[in-house]
Write a protein that binds this ligand. Sequence first.
Ligand code: F6P
Length: 321
Amino acid sequence: MNKIAILCSGGDVSGMNPAIKRFVEYSFEQGLKPYFVYGGFDGLIDNTIKEAGYSDVAGIIHRGGTKIYSARSTRFKEEKFRAIAAKNLRTLGIDKLVVLGGDGSFHGMELFFKEQNISFCGIPSTIDNDINGTQYCLGVDTALNVIKTATDNIRDTASSFKRAFVIEVMGRDCGYLALVSALTSGAEMCLIPEIPYDLDTIKKRFLREVKEGRNYFIAVVAEGLKNSQEIAQWFEKEIGFESRVTVLGHIQRGGNPTVRERLMAYQFTTYAIDALCSGQKDSVICYSNGAFESKSIKEITTKKYEIGEELLTLGKRLLQK
Ligand code: F6P
């Protein structure tokens, strides 16, 4: 029986557990013996690789995080540790690997494949949604829903006071989460690293709106700008509104995976196993314009992700683009 393993690397996302469940079930359907690598790339190096069965994935579909743990491995950046990882897999007779991770993890896998020729298939998994070649990464829908609930709650209190609220969301250097959240929660302002903004222009609009009766503001700011406090002070000084900052932080990474997330996890994992079974050696499953497609890792890692023009145009007023 051919053997296949799965691991999670980098920031965990809601959706990893449903993917792990599907991995076990679909591996058996395809006549493969499934293995879990506990603890990401560190688990490959430390040989925490164990055979998996149905009972390991019972009762996990609704849980955020990952049952098999994740890690940001610094050792995997060194060739000597990647060689140990490959040796551990070969000793167990595992020649196929499904990797749930973000950009950094995929760069690691690209090197690993070049040096060790162990077949892998990546499933884009990061709430930042910043992987080139795919419009959707696992974890994004759940994170957006967490932000939506938090922002709706903040709006309740914001609308009861004359105040400005600055909500800082994750995303590293990518403004996708901030932009989609600002649009879907009806924020008045959105600042992201990709788009330059002019506070003087925003000030003119806001002062006009205050004259017309606006009595609270919600601004969604991407963490990559590192200026949430500064924007809050700007509201106090320039707009004349008392302000508060809410840094949403790691609550965005957890929580019950949404229905969309679970379904995406099932589909991503099915395509990943199919890609490996059909002989693809270094691929990533991407989702674009409503369809799944397997792309070579090279296509993914040679370019930086860019937010789509359509979304930027939708957010034009909020972004002052
Ligand atoms: O990449 C996912 C992410 O949640 C980013 O949005 C955030 O900047 C970072 O990870 C936080 O990393 P850590 O969990 O290591 O603090």
